[in-house]
Each structure stands twice: as structure tokens, then as C-alpha cells.
Design a protein around this ligand. Structure first.
Ligand SMILES: Nc1nc2c(ncn2[C@@H]2O[C@H](COP(=O)(O)OP(=O)(O)OP(=O)(O)O)[C@@H](O)[C@H]2O)c(=O)[nH]1
Ligand SMILES: [Mg+2]
Length: 476
């Protein structure tokens, strides 16, 4: 007999998989248009016009067109349909509206013509510029910038309390100087995790109840969130201390969003982390044990990806999460080498690492997605060739097919080994667990049992060597 319960759950699983598959393959589906004027079942998708500016003498990391393409991807990730684009090359920004007066008129026309209800600027707008543009474009049109869009995506993707608190803090920091009437019709929803509802893109997150109150109230909320983050940060550092006592090295996966960090962690550990063709699929760190070819065990941490023009509020608010990066022993920088802008992305990540104070950490560069490179594509082949010459400890891999993963682990082993220092110690028999630690985390070259204890010669991680200072061997 068929068990109706299991039948039902199977059907649900199939449906869920089916949906995910469709979204990955074809991007967000278009809202069904109903000729007969019937009410569509899904809420109407927001329609956006994108605006890109290139300032003379201030070339960004990416050429204007590529940056706008990335902005369109961000918009799609936030379920916004891109219906048009406006660009301008400027000598200097217009303090009132960023773009020039004529361009504003052009934008206004395009918005009307295309029935857009959102305008998204690729560069951060000052509070004044945002207000002015909203005035010109009218009540019905929301004016956002890249930062607000990224904050919106973060609000949707936060899965843990840590993530939610950090996003909320970043959103308040962003909105505080921008508090105007425009923010008062926000969704009655905190953290914005349910997505979709209420104010739509850019205004999901902290809800109406908080935003209708005065700035002082928001200041208090910010202070409260910061206290919560201090708690979270303390917890994290507590765990890190425990890890350090166990001397297990930590390898942090860093890289541009969508480079394949989560896919790599999954390939190495079956971690089951969400990996999708979406920007900022991962916000919250996941840590898993991995055994290296030497037999040493390390902890791999997958965490939030970076992007060019990363909002400073986000970097500041995500301090607790990013401590996983700043405290790691080795970084594996995952680069999507199949991406035409791989070099610019690599540079943007390096810049964020510098800002975080992690610029000097030992790095292994994983040149990922080589399965997508065709040998007949001279541009891509040249990119890979140069990356192999120029990047630090490069290893070409495919997280998808598993190619190169052994080599990657070997390189990590080697880098960890280089960080070790030679030791020669005599450990009393009462301290047997120290000898075990040396075996677990170091390389033992010589071991000898003497009447006073065990003499071990080998190489050890610096921290561990420090802990053995009292037992350094000196020949009589
Ligand atoms: N062809 C190919 N696709 C890959 C490879 N690695 C990852 N991908 C795809 O790239 C997309 C992004 O992968 P993720 O692992 O989610 O990337 P991420 O770096 O964790 O991204 P965020 O968490 O959003 O920062 C997914 O669609 C993956 O299936 C690879 O080696 N080859
Ligand atoms: Mg990820």
C-alpha cells in the first residue's frame, strides 16, 4: 500500500527541487502577464532602470558596462526586473543629482516610457542626491543605489541571528542620514527575512515601527545592535581560543561573490552549504574539518563573498563574521577564472583584505571553474596563463568536477608547513598530551625516549612551539 504521508513529502521535495532548478537555469522567471486583466497570483515584480556613471580620472575597478552588468545581476538577485539603462561619462559629479540636468530629464522620460518604479544608481548617492532625485522623479518612483541593493540582498539571505543583527545594523547606519518621508511606508517587518513583502527592494528590513520614530530612537537601536554584536564577537573569540588551544589551523575561503567558495567547501567536505548561481548566497560562516595529505586536520571556513564598491557600512557591521578571515592561518582566495573580469575581481578582493588588515596573510589562490575554459578560447587561456604566473601560490581547480583539489590541498599543506618553526624539545612523561599535540599538528623528524622524558625534533606551528618554550632541549 502507498503511504500517503511519504508520497506527499516526496512530491514536495520534487517541487522544491524543480523550482530551484528553474531559477538557476533561467534566472528569476518573468511575472506572468495576464491579457484578460485577471489578478496575477504573484505580486508584480518591480521594474528598474539602472544608472551608471563614469567619472573622468576616476576609473572604477570595472569598466562602466561591466559594472552595470553586475548591478543588473544584483537587481535580479533581489527579484527586480531590469527594463532599461542610462549611462553618463562626467567630468565631475553633480552635487545635487550626481548625473547632469539633461540626463535627469532623459531618465525621467525613460522611467515613464518603460513603466519603471525603481531607479538604481551604480554608485552611492549622497542623502541629498537621493532626496533631490526622488523629488524630480516623483512619489511613485523609488531611488536606490548599489549599496541599498546589496543591503537588501543581505537582508534576504541572512539565516542566523548573527547575520540578521549585522544586516540590520548596516541598514540603520545607511538609512540614518537618509531619513525622509520616503522611508515611512516601509514594511512592518524586522530583518526582512521573509522577503517580498511590503516596501519591496531596498526597503526590506527594519520596519515601519522603528523608522517612524525619531533619529534618537534609531541611535538607541544602533547602540543596542552594537552591544549584541559585541556579545556575538565575544562568543566567536571564545570558540577561536578553544580552537587555538587545540592548535587546529584555520583555512578561510575568501573571494568575490559567486566565485565558488561554497561549492568548494561542499566538494571538500560534503558540508551541504547553499551554493547557487546568485550573488551573496552565503552570509553566515560554516566551518568544517578537512584532512590534508600530510594527515594534519585543518578547519575550513566558508563565509560572505566580496564585491567591488562593497558598502563600507557592511564591512564595518560584518566585523564579527569577518573575524573568521582576519583570524585565519591561511586564506584560500577563490577566483572564478572563467569570468572575463577575473583580474578586476581578484584586485577588489585584495583591496578588501587589505582594509580588513588581512593583506599579509599566507594565501593560496584557487583558480576555479577551469571546467568552463575551452582550450579554443585564446582570451581565457591567456587569462589562466597569466594568473598562474602572477597570483600567489596558484592552483587551477574545478570545484564542480573535483579537478585539481588534491593539488590544492597539497599546496595548503605546504604553506602551513612553511609557517612552522623547527623545534627540539624534551617533554616530561607526565605531559604526554603535548607529545600527542606535536604529532597531530607538526612534523616529527626524530623521537627518542630518554630517562627524563620524550625528546622530539621536528617542525611545529609557531603558536604551539611557543607553548613548549619550557621544554626546549639543551644538550648537557
Ligand atoms: N562550471 C563550474 N561552476 C561552478 C564551479 N564552482 C562553482 N560553480 C557555480 O558557481 C555558482 C556560485 O557558486 P557558489 O559556491 O555559490 O559561490 P560562492 O563563492 O559561495 O558565492 P557567494 O556565497 O554568493 O559569495 C554556482 O552556480 C556553482 O554551481 C566550477 O568549478 N565549475
Ligand atoms: Mg557561498
Amino acid at each position: 500500500m502507498t503511504n500517503p504521508k511519504s508520497f506527499q513529502s516526496n512530491a514536495q521535495q520534487t517541487r522544491r527541487r524543480g523550482n530551484a532548478g528553474t531559477e538557476t537555469a533561467a534566472g528569476p522567471r518573468a511575472v506572468p502577464r495576464d491579457e484578460a486583466g485577471l489578478v496575477p497570483t504573484a505580486p508584480p515584480q518591480e521594474k528598474a532602470v539602472l544608472v551608471g556613471v563614469e567619472l573622468a580620472g576616476h576609473p572604477g575597478h570595472l569598466p562602466l558596462e561591466d559594472s552595470l552588468e553586475e548591478l543588473a545581476l544584483l537587481a535580479r538577485t533581489a527579484d527586480v526586473q531590469v527594463v532599461g539603462t542610462v549611462t553618463q561619462r562626467l567630468e565631475s559629479p553633480n552635487p545635487a543629482t550626481l548625473i547632469g540636468k539633461g540626463k535627469v530629464e532623459e531618465l525621467q522620460m525613460l522611467v515613464l516610457e518603460l513603466g519603471a518604479n525603481v531607479v538604481i544608481f551604480d554608485d552611492e548617492l549622497s542623502p541629498r542626491q537621493q532626496r533631490e532625485l526622488e523629488k524630480v522623479l516623483g512619489e511613485e518612483v523609488k531611488v536606490l543605489d548599489r549599496t541599498a541593493l546589496i543591503l537588501d540582498i543581505f537582508a534576504r539571505h541572512a539565516r542566523t541571528r548573527e547575520g540578521a543583527v549585522q544586516v540590520e545594523l548596516a541598514q540603520y547606519e545607511y538609512r540614518l542620514p537618509r531619513l525622509t518621508r520616503a522611508w515611512t511606508h516601509l514594511a512592518r517587518q524586522v530583518g526582512g527575512r521573509a522577503g517580498g513583502a511590503g516596501g519591496g527592494v531596498g526597503v526590506r528590513g527594519p520596519g515601519e515601527t522603528q523608522l517612524e520614530v525619531d533619529r534618537r530612537e534609531i541611535g538607541r537601536r544602533i547602540a543596542f545592535l552594537k552591544r549584541q554584536l559585541d556579545e556575538i564577537s565575544k562568543h566567536r573569540s571564545h570558540y577561536r581560543r578553544q580552537r587555538r588551544r587545540a592548535a587546529t589551523p584555520v583555512v578561510a575561503l575568501v573571494g568575490y561573490t559567486n566565485a565558488g567558495k561554497s561549492t568548494l567547501l561542499n566538494a571538500l567536505t560534503n558540508a551541504g552549504v547553499r551554493a547557487e548561481d546568485q550573488l551573496f548566497a552565503t552570509l553566515d560562516p560554516t566551518t568544517r574539518r578537512v584532512e590534508l595529505p600530510s594527515g594534519h586536520v585543518v578547519l575550513f571556513t566558508d563565509t560572505v563573498g566580496f564585491i567591488q564598491k562593497l558598502p563600507t557600512q557592511l564591512v564595518a557591521a560584518f566585523r564579527a563574521t569577518l573575524e573568521e578571515v582576519t583570524e585565519a592561518d591561511v586564506l584560500v582566495h577563490v577566483v572564478d577564472i572563467s569570468h572575463p573580469n577575473a583580474d578586476e575581481q581578484e584586485a577588489a578582493v585584495e583591496e578588501v583584505l587589505e582594509d580588513l588588515g588581512a593583506g599579509e596573510k599566507p594565501i593560496v589562490t584557487a583558480l576555479n571553474k577551469i571546467d568552463r575554459l575551452s582550450p579554443d578560447d585564446p582570451v581565457a587561456s591567456e587569462r589562466l596563463r597569466r594568473a598562474r604566473l602572477e597570483y600567489t601560490n596558484p592552483v587551477a581547480i574545478s570545484a564542480r568536477t573535483g579537478e585539481g583539489l588534491d593539488q590544492l590541498l597539497q599546496t595548503i599543506d605546504e604553506v602551513l608547513r612553511q609557517r612552522m618553526v623547527p623545534v627540539d624539545v624534551l617533554i616530561p612523561y607526565g605531559e604526554g598530551e603535548l607529545v600527542a599535540l606535536i604529532h597531530t599538528h607538526g612534523f616529527v623528524e626524530q623521537e627518542e625516549h630518554r630517562p627524563e622524558g620524550t625528546r622530539v625534533v621536528g617542525r611545529l606551528p609557531v603558536e604551539l612551539a611557543g607553548r613548549l618554550r619550557d621544554y626546549y632541549y639543551q644538550a648537557a
